[in-house]
Design a protein. Structure first.
Length: 204
């Protein structure tokens, strides 16, 4: 039976130790079908910690966050907004890919609140290890993982936010996958870049 108590990270701020421990996490049932844990990437001391929802199909296979189509869009948006992707710490609220099979394809399924809560200790451990000046939350799942289930992205998109577990301000915007799905992708992309630029001003 899978462990249902949630993640139990070691008491450390060493990212290598955390990544190693997370590779064997059985804190929720998602580990059973995923290829591997997809932990965050970047350096301790990164000024910006970026949180997405969960790894997708490409990320699950590669073991790295944001390497699929949404990741490519995110890279382009970061560049336009003046962020250097290599200087960021990028992770997800949930570390295993949740999906359903349709033939040979694996179709993304949104993580449930139980899975988000189970994985939250890993995310908080990453925040403590990195100690960022800004936390950038991509999408409602990421935002609710740190700001609580009542948080509404549509009401607070792009605003400076505070959370009890964060020592730094946070800004929530849409997930890049939402831009890819938008009826008017150009407008959605421009609004996304504008949110990133506004977040970047908090670092000045």
């Amino acid at each position: 039976m899978p462990d249902s108590r949630g993640a139990e990270p070691p008491d450390t701020t060493d990212l290598d130790r955390l990544r190693s421990a997370a590779s064997g996490c059985t804190g929720c049932p998602l580990y059973q079908d995923a290829t591997q844990t997809v932990f965050g990437e970047g350096a301790a001391g990164a000024k910006v910690l970026v949180v997405g929802e969960q790894p997708g199909d490409k990320e699950d296979l590669a073991g790295e966050p944001f390497v699929g189509p949404a990741g490519k869009l995110l890279d382009r948006a970061f560049e336009e907004a003046g962020f250097d992707r290599q200087s960021l710490y990028v992770t997800n609220a949930v570390k295993h890919f949740k999906f359903k099979r349709e033939g040979k394809r694996r179709i993304h399924r949104k993580p449930g609140r139980t899975e988000v809560v189970a994985c939250r200790p890993w995310l908080l451990a990453e925040v403590r290890a990195v100690r960022p000046d800004l936390v950038l939350l991509l999408g409602a799942t990421a935002a609710q993982s740190l700001l609580g289930p009542k948080f509404r992205l549509t009401a607070h998109r792009g605003e400076p936010l505070e959370a009890p577990d964060l020592m730094s301000p946070a800004v929530a915007t849409v997930h890049p996958s939402a831009v890819l799905r938008a009826p008017d992708r150009d407008d959605a992309y421009a609004a996304f870049v504008a949110d990133l630029k506004a977040a970047g001003k908090l670092l000045e």
